[in-house]
Design a protein around this ligand. Structure first.
Ligand SMILES: Nc1nc2c(c(=O)[nH]1)N[C@H]1C(S)=C(S)[C@@H](COP(=O)(O)OP(=O)(O)OC[C@H]3O[C@@H](n4cnc5c(N)ncnc54)[C@H](O)[C@@H]3O)O[C@H]1N2
Ligand code: MOO
Length: 413
């Protein structure tokens, strides 16, 4: 039987693993159409101004603002129309005092003009004269050259997750290829003699595999590639063979089951035998999820999650997500940003002393207030996750939270 667990705090556990990880990540160049959701591996500066010329933001007339000062319905200003800017063409006609040029929304500002009056505030008098009934300020209704992005500006930093708006900004300045970090390859195994693949009919005593698929789906959502390693029986040789086969091909291996103190619990033994440094952490002060194992085998992190499906998913969220993000190259500051809300508890919750506790909660909005109702179901029941909208956290040094107390809730994706 393995030795009894010596629990350590979550942050310390994650830090211990991070310290042992190889920080050199592989990168690759991808077309901008493939770059959404990837992590940038370079700092990006703009070499050009966006927009490359000053543009009107309204349909109207480009003019010198001072020619409209004091203009009103009762006392209009009169200007000579000396030309028209065509969309997508260079504005050539120079404006002098007392002159205006018709300009469409997005059209280039003609030289000499410093404002645009909207067409609604003008009246055509003759073919080449307008009356202006509103005064405009210098710069009004114009986007200046380089106002969006100026040449030399830093736009995005290494480690940033490329979102749709980032992709748009990059194509706006003509960047069609970017250097990104390679997608982490994550292998998932389930362990246990009782487990069978979901497509098979269970005999009495057998249980269909839940964890591989719940975790695999979450891994995909995080932007990593999942390799379904399958089910490993509780035989030492089988555990060794399966792990050895995947170690070189994986950036991270996740096992579930076989992590607690018990006769069949060979995981620790095997992880220590397979390579250096072996098991770094066995037992984390988190509930559910106490029997979590963190190991590194010759540069590949291996994480053993508790077998109970809910416990496995909770530990995945709290411990594995930041590790996958780190392996993906995501920068520290962004990793901490989780989609989190603050909600009022609809009933008292008592928390395990000395453990950071996570309750599955369902959320409901009542009277402009978000209320969290904790599930009291066992961590062996996957439906406690299905019914939940998120995880409410009760910190290490807290005995519980009273009904009506505020609590942070990490939202499920
Ligand atoms: N005497 C003690 N017993 C247990 C303790 C303890 O401290 N003392 N801890 C309990 C807690 S808490 C947890 S969590 C589990 C952890 O168990 P293991 O990580 O060793 O996992 P198993 O024993 O293999 O499985 C536990 C449970 O989960 C089911 N399971 C496992 N894998 C899957 C899967 N892929 N899909 C669906 N269900 C799975 C398995 O059939 C068991 O029912 O230990 C407690 N016991
Ligand atoms: O630690 Mo177990 O993971 O509480 O259910």
């Amino acid at each position: 039987m393995s030795e009894l667990m010596n629990l350590i705090a979550i942050d310390e556990a994650i830090e211990t693993l991070n310290q042992g990880l190889n920080s050199e990540l592989t990168t690759e160049k991808v077309a901008i159409t493939e770059a959404g959701g990837r992590i940038l591996a370079q700092d990006l500066k703009s070499e050009i101004d966006l927009p490359p010329f000053s543009r009107s933001t309204m349909d109207g007339y480009a003019l010198k603002a001072e020619d409209t000062f004091g203009a009103s319905e009762n006392l209009p200003a009169y200007l000579d129309v000396v030309g028209e800017v065509k969309m997508g063409e260079k504005a050539e006609t120079k404006i002098n005092s007392g002159q205006a040029v018709a300009v469409p929304t997005g059209g280039m500002m003609p030289p000499g003009a410093d404002a645009v009056v909207m067409v609604e505030y003008t009246e055509k008098m003759e073919e080449d004269e307008i009356e202006v009934t509103k005064s405009v300020a210098v710069g009004e209704n114009i986007v200046q050259q380089g106002e969006d992005i100026a040449a030399g500006d830093s736009l995005l930093a290494q480690g940033h997750l490329l979102r749709s708006q980032d992709i748009g900004a990059l194509t706006g300045i003509g960047i069609t290829e970017v250097e990104v970090f390679a997608v982490p390859q994550v292998t998932v195994f389930s362990t246990g003699d009782e487990l069978i693949p979901p497509e098979e009919e269970p005999e009495m005593g057998e249980i269909r595999d839940i964890n591989s698929y719940a975790l695999g789906s979450r891994i995909t959502k995080l932007g990593a590639t999942v390799n379904y390693g399958g089910i490993i029986s509780d035989r030492k040789e089988e555990l060794i063979t399966n792990l050895e086969a995947q170690l070189d091909k994986s950036d991270l291996i996740i096992l579930s089951g076989g992590s607690s103190v018990g006769i069949k619990d060979l995981t620790i033994e095997v992880l220590n035998e397979l390579g250096e440094p072996g098991v770094l952490v066995h037992g984390v002060s988190i509930k559910p999820g106490k029997p979590t194992i963190l190991a590194i085998i010759d540069d590949t992190p291996v994480i053993g999650l508790p077998g109970h499906p809910t416990s496995a998913m909770v530990v995945f969220e709290i411990v594995v997500v930041p590790i996958i993000q780190k392996l993906a190259g995501r920068k520290e500051a962004e990793i901490k940003v989780q989609s989190q809300v603050s909600a009022k508890l609809s009933r008292n919750v008592a928390s395990a002393p000395g453990r950071e506790e996570y309750f599955r909660v369902s959320l409901e909005e009542r009277d402009n207030q978000l209320w969290a109702t904790p599930s009291l179901g066992k961590s062996s029941l996957i439906t406690t996750m299905v019914e939940a909208d998120g995880l409410a956290k009760v910190g290490l040094g807290t005995e519980g939270v009273k009904q009506g107390g505020m609590i942070p809730v990490i939202l499920f994706d």
